[in-house]
Design a protein around this ligand. Sequence first.
Ligand code: ZN
Length: 135
Amino acid sequence: MKPTHIEHLGIAVKSLEEAIPYYENMLGLTCYSIEEVADQKVKTAFFKVGQTKIELLEATSPDSPIAKYLEKNPHGGVHHVAYAVEGLQAALDEVASKGVQLIDRQPRKGAEGLNIAFLHPKSTFGVLTELCEHP
Ligand code: ZN
């Protein structure tokens, strides 16, 4: 696998409504998209920083992975790092064959129509790692 760039950083927040003004007014970024990903029980807000995006994540249900993250990290924080790859399935098969534990054996649909899959933090030195590919 050879990632081309950091596609986005996923950042857990309690409230998009509270966090978006910080990114816009303090960091000078522009929120260009708000999207709910029902599958992952999150609502997302996106900002571009050069080639990389910031993805803010708010839980839409108490059993959302983001709600669980916020129980351990009440102020929010960096939730995952997403690398852009070409050939997502092949990349997953490659790291799985080398012993990395996968959360998703096969790509699924993420925000912005990307195909995504997560690697387990137990295998990635504690960083929840997302691989994503433009379909
Ligand atoms: Zn993500």
